[in-house]
Design a protein around this ligand. Structure first.
Ligand code: F3S
Length: 283
């Protein structure tokens, strides 16, 4: 059987950087370490951190109650008010916001000041989008579907600045931008989709179109893994979404001649390797 592993599978630059920062703090901090939300969408990595004494803060209330320690901000980033809370309470901040997300925060702040209304193309409930929104103002809007563009309550000539969630599907982004360009708004479009996502999606699509079965490895709550799965499924009916090797039903790939493997941005390398080795050895 031929097995093709995507070169872009696994941790992207931003996630690797965030995970490394947590390990650095475990080595050197000497005081309680917290992450605001799980550092990445991978239960195994989060569990490993917990065993090393890193606590996950789940709510803003918990964050406000802190009086000591270090808070690590994850690669998704957070709104400005979170920095304000931590600074007011004298809590040390280790900022692991991905620089590409930081760039969006800066754009949002600057374009707001320049008088443009911010539109974030993305999923409103995603923490990264919440964080980006938190650098805008009450007029900042999140748009995810073409219907929403039709129903915007703006008047002709309204000045808009459109940015995107870094992990948003490129094709859907283009479709929405095209929809916006047919309106009479004055739009400034900044494509802030991260290349790591695009590259991973393009490679996954190509491999899925060439193989008999495709395996997508990643956490169930990871939106970029879910998107990879959607893309692969369109190209290859036999696409399987697994979190670890244990989820893979060997029956599914027992009679195929070629298998492709890709993985979301928060999937550790050793999990990808384990899946790869087993598929190669057993079939
Ligand atoms: Fe950053 Fe791109 Fe990863 S925005 S966190 S390098 S997917």
């Amino acid at each position: 059987m031929e097995v093709i592993v995507a070169k872009t599978a696994g941790f992207c630059f931003g996630v690797k950087r965030a995970v490394d920062k947590v390990y650095e703090q475990i080595e050197h901090a000497g005081k309680p370490i917290y992450t605001y939300g799980p550092i990445i969408h991978n239960e195994e990595v989060v569990k490993d951190f917990e065993e090393k004494g890193v606590r996950v803060i789940e709510s803003e209330e918990e964050l406000k109650a802190l009086r000591d320690g270090i808070v690590i901000i994850r690669s998704h980033g957070v709104g400005k008010h979170v920095y304000d809370i931590l600074e007011e309470n004298g809590i040390e901040i280790v900022d692991a916001t991905c620089p590409f997300v930081k760039k969006i925060h800066k754009i949002v702040q600057e374009q707001n000041q320049a008088g443009r209304r911010l539109i974030i193309i993305g999923n409103e409930s995603h923490p990264e989008v919440q964080g980006i929104k938190g650098w805008g103002n009450d007029n900042t809007l999140v748009v995810e579907t073409p219907d929403q563009v039709d129903n915007l309550p703006f008047s002709e000539g309204e000045k808009l600045c459109i940015v995107s969630q870094t992990t948003f599907n490129y094709k859907k982004f283009q479709d929405l931008v095209e929809k916006f360009s047919k309106t009479r708004y004055d739009i400034l479009v900044l494509n802030t989709i991260c290349n790591a996502t695009q590259e991973r999606q393009v490679e996954a699509r190509r491999i899925a179109s060439e193989v008999d079965a495709m395996i997508v490895v990643g956490g169930k709550t990871s939106s970029n893994t879910q998107k990879l799965y959607e893309i692969c499924q369109k190209e290859c009916k036999n696409t399987y979404y697994i979190q670890t090797l244990g989820d893979l039903d060997p029956e599914c790939i027992s009679s195929v001649r070629s298998v492709g493997i890709t993985a979301g941005a928060s999937t550790p390398n050793h999990i990808i390797e384990e899946v790869h080795t087993n598929v190669r050895i057993k079939f």
